[in-house]
Design a protein around this ligand. Structure first.
Ligand code: CO
Length: 132
């Protein structure tokens, strides 16, 4: 795995949190993008080489809605950049990690992504992402 590509933060209200993080970071989001398959609207801030991804649920079945229900707002996942997502998925599977999706899926911000089950990663939801 390479650098931390982004940190995902679950928020209740994207408009409110966009304004909050704009004040906090002193920069505006460079992109807002919906991922329909995940039931989320996202917003990205570029902080050096790493990004902050804010995630708001767009329906009550969204993983973000469930996360907030259980844990409240806060850090949802850490995403690592990988050069070859298929190779990395294979490597991690062989190491005993549980993949939440068996094939890479299309994520926000032009990425192929795969999530690891937090059960096997000290309760940290880990995202692998490969730039398209
Ligand atoms: Co992410």
């Amino acid at each position: 795995m390479q650098q931390i590509e982004h940190i995902g933060i679950a928020v209740k209200n994207l408009e409110f949190s966009n304004a909050l993080f704009t004040k906090l970071l002193g920069i505006t989001p460079y992109k807002q993008e919906g991922v329909e398959s995940e039931g989320v609207m996202t917003s990205f801030f570029q902080t050096g080489q790493t990004k902050i991804e804010l995630l708001e649920a767009t329906n009550s079945d969204s993983p973000i809605a469930k996360f907030i229900e259980k844990k409240g707002e806060g850090i949802h996942h850490i995403a690592f950049e990988v050069a070859d997502i298929l190779a990395e998925m294979e490597r991690l599977k062989n190491e005993g990690f549980i993949l939440l999706n068996e094939t890479p899926k299309k994520g926000a911000d032009n990425k192929l992504v795969c999530f690891l089950h937090p059960k096997g990663t000290n309760s940290v939801l880990v995202e692998l992402c490969q730039s398209l």
